[in-house]
Design a binder for this molecule. Structure first.
Ligand SMILES: [Mn+2]
Length: 427
């Protein structure tokens, strides 16, 4: 299924009048505060978020999985699904592939298909947290950190193969997330496990093409429940620093213990020029992988506030960030969920762009605590949805992507095309 421009312009016609009214009103209000709505719209238009190939089907939990029907069974269909989201929003212009779930049989054809949907290839992701069919050694007790060098070498080789696959598609980065760790005290020699991981990552880094980056992701627990080898940003930072200047830390919002100050981690990593990218999602308790912004939108805004500050004050030459959604959908239609996540990310970005930096600097310098809080909350409480709609309108996207998605009965169409029982490859 493909959504064409005429369907979008028909849809936009029915919303244009109320949009014009709210946008003009907001522009006028912002203008009085010395803010330029049109400039923010331009910045919003440039923000593209990668969609992970594994987020297009039902994720499920270890207790069960409930299919949506019409799930993409092939990599081609996954690209088509992202094409639908991108056509509706013009903000999902990249895909992040997971190897070996999405090995392209014909890279040239896949590249062409993606280009037809205006989609590029973002970071490729390796997988040494599962055993694959025909694999010689098991990752049950770890991969890059394993006690047996033969297992570590197999895991290193897999990462190099992932890079080779990524090269055929035009990717420029690899994300490494390890499930390695221990579920019981005494199971691992903690120091040795970290040393092995460092040596393995260095071996991968040595083979990294010169125009590539490596992102190292951390997570405090799960699937191992006593210790994770790369447990926090500090460990990921240490490993990235040891590997070299093209290795960076990747922050996944769900990979923190409750109440961690993630915006402070962002500030610290950007100060050192070592923030590589983001995996967006939201959570109430752990790595819940819920829709971005559904639980803690203020935290998301505070994170974006640091990102915007970091991008505007890039003294450490932090490279442009890789933005990606990393979520799992158990009860929602994944495409609806992704549309909502894109909206939440852009809302937080727009709000952060609204922060009166000069006033905030002044308030901070004078220790005017209440004023500083008011400045932040004034930005957060501004309804910036008209800015997002205007950015979409100017980019040829739908004014109300979710309403159009539902109005066109896209899922029903996909079920008709692919069947009720089609299941996405992946988890
Ligand atoms: Mn992640």
């Amino acid at each position: 299924m493909k959504i064409d421009a005429s369907q979008i312009s028909r849809h936009n016609k029915s919303y244009i009048e109320s949009h014009r009214e709210t946008y003009e009103f907001l522009r006028y209000q912002l203008d009085k505060q010395g803010r330029n709505a049109d400039a923010i719209v331009e910045q919003l238009k440039r923000l593209q978020i990668a969609i992970p190939s594994w987020a297009l089907g039902a994720g499920g939990t270890r207790f069960g999985r409930f299919s949506m029907g019409g799930e993409p069974g092939t990599l081609e269909q996954k690209i088509e699904d992202i094409g639908l989201i991108h056509a509706l929003t013009r903000s999902a212009g990249a895909v992040s592939l997971h190897i070996p779930w999405d090995i392209p049989e014909d890279p040239k054809a896949i590249k062409e298909l993606a280009a037809a949907h205006d989609i590029t290839f973002d970071a490729v992701n390796s997988n040494t947290f599962q055993d694959q069919r025909g694999q010689q050694h098991s990752y049950k007790f770890g991969s890059l950190s394993h006690t047996d060098s033969a297992v570590r070498e197999q895991a290193i080789r897999h990462n190099l193969e992932v890079i080779e696959t990524g090269k055929t598609l035009g990717s420029k980065s690899i994300t490494v997330w390890l499930a390695d760790g221990a579920s019981f005290p005494g199971q691992n020699n903690l120091r040795r496990a970290l040393q092995h991981t460092m040596d393995s990552l260095k071996a991968i880094y040595r083979h990294l093409p010169p125009d590539w980056k490596m992102y190292i992701e951390y997570k405090p627990y799960e699937p191992n429940f006593y210790s994770t080898v790369i447990q926090d940003w500090g460990t990921a930072y240490l490993l990235a620093t040891e590997c070299g200047e093209r290795a960076f830390t990747l922050v996944d919002l769900g990979h923190h213990l409750p109440n961690t100050n993630i915006e402070q981690i962002v500030a610290t990593l950007m100060m050192k020029g070592k923030l590589g990218g983001f995996h967006f999602n939201d959570s109430k308790y752990g790595d819940d992988d819920l829709t971005v912004g559904c639980i803690k939108p203020y935290q998301l805004f505070l994170i974006f506030n640091e990102l915007v500050y970091g991008m505007n004050n890039n003294t450490s030459q932090n490279p442009p960030l890789a933005w990606m959604i990393d979520a799992s959908h158990n009860i929602k239609d994944p495409l609806e969920d992704l549309i909502q996540s894109l909206e939440a990310i852009r809302l937080a970005y727009a709000q952060a762009l609204l922060v009166d930096r000069k006033a905030l600097e002044e308030a901070q310098a004078n220790n005017e605590v209440s004023r500083a809080q008011e400045i932040m909350q004034n930005a957060f409480r501004t309804d910036v949805r008209p800015l997002l709609r205007e950015a979409r309108l100017q980019s040829g996207a739908a004014l109300e992507p979710l309403a159009l998605y539902q109005g066109l009965e896209v899922r029903k169409q996909l079920v008709k095309e692919r069947g009720v029982k089609s299941i996405a490859t992946g988890l």
